[in-house]
Write a new protein. Structure first.
Length: 202
């Protein structure tokens, strides 16, 4: 599959929402638990904010995959879009019944308390998704390399991500790209990975 890598723009949002919804589990993914409305705002933020970006892999049949990255922690997106997150909670109140709600909500409050302009050299790969219905062989490493190069160019030299321990393919991709585990799987089954980038590209 011949693909090109480019930054996502707002017109890509409907496809990003569709792809995310088809790849991730609606019972466990927090963006989906808050509804498609919040998901659209999330991608709008990623496409337009100065502290986030999305790269897409696009072929003849359209967008086959994406990687979303933001400066700081995973919860920065929720902090930046807290009013939309609140609306998501109100529209989907059963999210409070999720086993990890308490832990995630406390983490969100901690992130909300941090100054919005707090400088950080850390970035988080929040999501990477590949369309299983399309020929995506080899796209994952290319997307991830583009994301890491962008992080380096922005001075975000420490990049972290969290992957479900059972997701062997994603963990293998992390290893291929040079990520190392720094925590074991937590109560939600997520294992944390980290890579420290050389300021000078190889």
């Amino acid at each position: 599959m011949n693909t090109s890598i480019r930054k996502a723009t707002p017109p890509d949002i409907p496809r990003l929402v569709e792809l995310h919804s088809s790849v991730f589990n609606t019972n466990t993914n927090y963006l989906l638990l808050l509804g498609r409305g919040f998901l659209r705002h999330y991608f709008q933020w990623c496409c337009t904010a100065s502290d986030a970006f999305v790269f897409v892999a696009e072929g003849e049949s359209g967008i086959a995959g994406y990687v979303a990255v933001n400066q700081g922690s995973y919860y920065r997106a929720f902090r930046a879009n807290w009013h939309h997150a609140l609306l998501g909670f109100l529209k989907h109140p059963t999210v409070i019944l999720h086993p990890s709600f308490g832990r995630r909500f406390r983490a969100l409050l901690r992130a909300r308390a941090e100054p919005a302009d707090k400088p950080t050299l850390r970035a988080c790969v929040s999501y990477i998704a590949l369309d299983p219905a399309m020929n995506v062989r080899g796209i994952g490493p290319v997307l991830m390399k583009a994301a890491l190069d962008e992080c380096r160019s922005r001075g975000w030299y420490e990049v972290v991500t969290a992957i479900h321990a059972s997701n062997v393919r994603a963990r293998s991709l992390g290893v291929i790209m040079g990520f190392e585990s720094y925590t074991e799987a937590d109560a939600d089954g997520l294992a944390s990975l980290r890579i420290n980038l050389d300021p000078k590209p190889q």
